[in-house]
Design a protein around this ligand. Structure first.
Ligand code: NAD
Length: 248
């Protein structure tokens, strides 16, 4: 059955890979991006080539009005949503907590926590059957960092992802009777540009050798789990925190 999905931060990395897999299933995808329109257009092109429909929707996931607008635009152009992937996220340069500025902490929690809660809230307002929705699936992209704590490096990021895990646990219970499933995927080290954006290019390859699989994951391997959670194949799965981490 065809589905309509909104994916935040879908211009590259895990979000783009998830969009492509949705396209392969013939689904319709709202491709959210914040800055790089050209990259988002490429994602949309790939989705169409794979057999799906796509539109691009600009917006900062940490800004309430942008979030509401991206949901409205996706539903206007593609129809009522069946699922959302709350994927947009950031890291920041490696530091210990003692050296982190309040501005850094604020931005980390604005994007990774406030942004996730705002996007999930829109899902909670639109998907439940008693609100006129069709039911559906909310997939939150967390991280194994939430249970590691990421000391000496990303203690702020780890805490932000712990909040995302907790959101999945609580919201799955709020929405269960409304035919909305809520789950979190927790990637381990994945080979994407997020590491370079945090000032550590090559981090996934460097640290990936120490994982049980001896390598970092690829965005497509995370996308498979996301799309399974969006699909009807996971119809009895909700409130799960699914590690996709090569055993890390
Ligand atoms: P990425 O940097 O390639 O992609 C992140 C995307 O989010 C980018 O397209 C970026 O533009 C977008 N984004 C950032 N801030 C945004 C905002 N305010 N509004 C809208 N979009 C915004 O990284 P990725 O590895 O594909 O990360 C995707 C998700 O996976 C993130 O939530 C990240 O924390 C999580 N994750 C990644 C890894 C990894 O090793 N790559 C591990 C665990 C979890």
């Amino acid at each position: 059955m065809s589905k309509t999905i909104l994916i935040t931060g879908a211009s590259r990395g895990i979000g783009r890979a998830a969009a492509n897999l949705c396209g392969e299933r013939g689904w319709s995808v709202g491709v959210n991006y914040v800055g790089d329109r050209e990259a988002a257009e490429q994602t949309a092109k790939d989705v169409r080539k794979a057999g799906g429909k796509a539109i691009i929707v600009q917006g900062d996931a940490a800004v309430e009005t942008d979030v509401i607008a991206m949901f409205n635009e996706t539903e206007k152009q593609l129809g009522q949503l069946d699922g959302i992937v709350v994927n947009a996220g950031i890291v920041a340069p490696s530091l210990q907590l003692a050296d982190m500025s309040a501005e850094r902490l604020q931005r980390m929690f604005d994007v990774n926590v406030l942004g996730a809660y705002l996007c999930a809230r829109e899902g909670a307002r639109r998907l439940p059957i008693d609100r006129g929705g069709k039911g559906g699936s909310i997939v939150l992209v967390s991280s194994v960092a939430s249970r590691i704590g990421s000391p000496f490096e990303y203690i702020d990021y780890a805490g932000s992802k712990a909040a995302v895990d907790t959101l999945a646990l609580g919201l799955s219970k709020e929405l269960g009777a409304q035919k909305v499933r809520v789950n979190a995927v927790r990637p381990g080290l994945v080979n994407t540009d997020i590491h370079a954006s945090g000032g550590q290019p090559g981090r996934a390859q460097r640290l990936g050798v120490n994982t049980p699989f001896g390598r970092p994951g690829e965005a497509t391997e995370i996308a498979e789990a996301i799309v399974w959670l969006l699909s009807d194949a996971s119809s009895y799965t909700s409130g799960a925190l699914l590690d996709v981490s090569g055993g890390r």
